[in-house]
Write a protein that binds this ligand. Structure first.
Ligand code: HEM
Length: 239
């Protein structure tokens, strides 16, 4: 076998070996998590355009479909982003599930120290918060992207984001479900961003405190930005 053939055979093997290891899965979680955090920040910033009125946010929704045109077809860049997001979500959930299973198998049975209790609380909120978020995303796509749930017949109109959001959050249980899901998102980001930074080796003894505060602040700003929309509709400030 030639040297280059050995190299091309070794590369996928190395990737596979990395994926099989605990650290490899954590790196996959950190990198896909970073992509997803980038998306939620962009989405939250897009959502608060609702406070500038229907013209601006509806134009933004059209822009998301038209960006890249004519080099790319209508909506093509959006589809590329959707595919990257879908791959990231699948890899993130798969790595998280496999890590949980590996963790359970390796856990020694012994007494619980204070640190164990803290770790268990973080693990529990990450796991069950993550499950709630996955349910939320599926519901959310049927709701505001497809208009298939939560609307009267004929009420949902494609690209009329302002009108859809106002009508969608008139249904109080749905608005409350969004707020609950955003609480789960906030907890998930608070711990997740911090864990990701640790996995990527960015945390040192000097910056521990500031990076912990920064990850918490990012989670709180994203939370506040997202919940401001359902709260404003419920309060009648946006109508
Ligand atoms: C209060 C919180 C939220 C509101 C009001 C909201 C609102 C919306 C609206 C109106 C759309 C449709 C946009 C359009 O068709 O142009 C949308 C799409 C979407 N949202 Fe949200 N969203 C919220 C939170 C989230 C969160 C936390 C996530 C992810 C973790 C998320 C993920 C998505 C995705 C993946 C799409 C589909 C984008 C596409 O492919 O067209 N949203 N959202």
């Amino acid at each position: 076998m030639t040297e280059s053939a050995v190299a091309t055979k070794a590369a996928p093997n190395r990737l596979l070996a990395l994926w099989s290891s605990v650290i490899g899965k954590k790196v996959v979680m950190a990198l896909t998590g970073a992509i997803l955090v980038g998306f939620v920040i962009a989405h939250m910033v897009g959502n608060i355009k609702i406070f500038n009125g229907p013209v601006e946010i509806n134009a933004y929704s059209r822009f998301l479909r038209e960006v890249g045109y004519p080099e790319l077809g209508y909506g093509q860049l959006l589809w590329i982003v959707r595919i990257v997001l879908l791959i990231s979500v699948v890899l993130h959930i798969t790595a998280a599930t496999q890590l949980t299973i590996m963790n359970r198998k390796a856990r020694p049975i012994g007494y619980e120290s204070k640190k164990d209790v803290e770790t268990t609380w973080a693990a529990l909120t990450m796991r069950w918060g993550g499950v709630l978020l996955a349910v939320f995303i599926v519901f959310h796509l049927f709701h505001f992207t497809a208009g298939m749930v939560g609307f009267q017949p004929g009420q949902f109109e494609h690209l009329m984001v302002y009108q859809n959001v106002v009508a969608g959050f008139q249904v109080v249980p749905i608005a409350l479900f969004y707020i609950l899901a955003m609480c789960a998102l906030c907890l998930h980001l608070d711990h997740g961003i911090w864990s990701g930074l640790q996995t990527l080796g960015w945390v040192t003894t000097d910056n521990t405190k500031s990076l912990r505060t920064i990850s918490r602040l990012i989670a709180i700003v994203i939370f506040a930005g997202f919940i401001s929309v359902p709260i404003s509709v419920l309060a009648g400030w946006v109508r």
